[in-house]
Design a protein around this ligand. Sequence first.
Ligand SMILES: Cc1cc2nc3c(=O)[nH]c(=O)nc-3n(C[C@H](O)[C@H](O)[C@H](O)COP(=O)(O)O)c2cc1C
Length: 327
Amino acid sequence: MHRGTDFLGTDLAILGGAMSWVSERNLVSAISNAGGFGVIACGAMTPELLDREIAETKARTSKPFGVNLITMHPQLSDLIGVCATHGVGHVVLAGGLPPGGAIEAIKGNGAKLIAFAPALALAKKLIRSGADALVIEGMEAGGHIGPVSTSVLAQEILPEVAHDVPVFVAGGIGRGEAIAAYLEMGAVGVQLGTRFVCATESIAHPNFKRAFIRASARDAIPSVQIDPRLPVIPVRALKNREMENFAAKQREVAQKLDDGAIEMAEAQLQIEHYWAGALRRAVIDGDVESGSVMAGQSVGMVKKEEPVADILAELVDEAAAALGSRG
Ligand SMILES: Cc1cc2nc3c(=O)[nH]c(=O)nc-3n(C[C@H](O)[C@H](O)[C@H](O)COP(=O)(O)O)c2cc1C
C-alpha cells in the first residue's frame, strides 16, 4: 500500500468513499483518525454548508481527509474555492467528466485531483487531462453505478495505467482478502462505502443501519430505466417501495420532456435532486420504505454496528493474512 499511503498521507490506503448525508464530519474524521482516508460528500451542499462541514471536520481530526464534489453542481467553481481556502489536500471529482477549467483550478490551488474512471479510454483521458489518481468503481457498489463489474474494470484498467498514476479500486469490497487481491493486481489501495455505513460513528438513522444489517447481497438491486427517452444513471439500493416511487418520478419527468416544458439537462438534474431527497429521507429521517436505502452488494457482509477502527483493523488483518499465506 506504500504508493497509496504516500499519495494520501495516511497509514492505510483505504478511502472511506463519499456517501451523501452519511459522509459528514463525524464519519469522515473517524475514518481519518483511525488511519484511513475520510472523504466528505459535498453532494448538493451550498458553498456555505461545505465551508462549515470542512471546518467542523478539521476540528475533529488533524489527519488528512478529502472532499468529493459532483461535476454537475451548478456552483462547482465556488466549491473548489472553498476547498482551496481550507487547504484541502485531495479533491475527488465524481459524476462524469469534469467541465473545462475545473481540473486546472483544483490543481492550481495545490490540491491533488482524484477522478472516477468508468472505462479504460476515460482513464487515459483523465490522466492526460491531469488527474493525479483514479478510482475505478464497479457496478457492485452502492449509490450511482456504471454498467461494468469491479473485477472486469480491474483487469481492463490496472495493467494499462497502474504504472502511471495511483489507482484505487471500489465496489463490492467487504473483506480484506479482496483488498489483497486488488493490491496484487496493481492497485495502490481501495475505496469502501457500504462497509462504513454501520460504523458507530456514522450518523445514519438506526432504521437505515438495521436495514443494512438485515440485508443480503441480493437485496441490493439497481434501479430500472422506465422510459428509453430519459437515460438515468442506475442507482443500487435495497429493494423497497421507493423503487416504485422512482418509476413514477421517471414517468413524470419524461412527460415534462415530451411537453417541451424542460430540456434534457434539467430533466437529469431533477432526477438527481429526487435521489438526494430520497436518500436523505432514509439516512436522516429513518424512512427506509419510501426513502432510498442506497447500498452495495457487500451489504451482506455488514453484520453489526462497530467502531471504524475495528472495521479497518479487521480488513487489514484479513488482507495481511491473505498476503502472508501466499508465502
Ligand atoms: C449510501 C451511499 C451513498 C453514496 N453517495 C455517493 C456520493 O454522494 N458521491 C459519490 O461519489 N459516491 C457515492 N457513493 C459511492 C461510494 O463513495 C463508494 O464509492 C461505494 O460505496 C463503494 O462501493 P461499496 O459500496 O461496494 O463499498 C455512495 C454509496 C452509498 C452506499
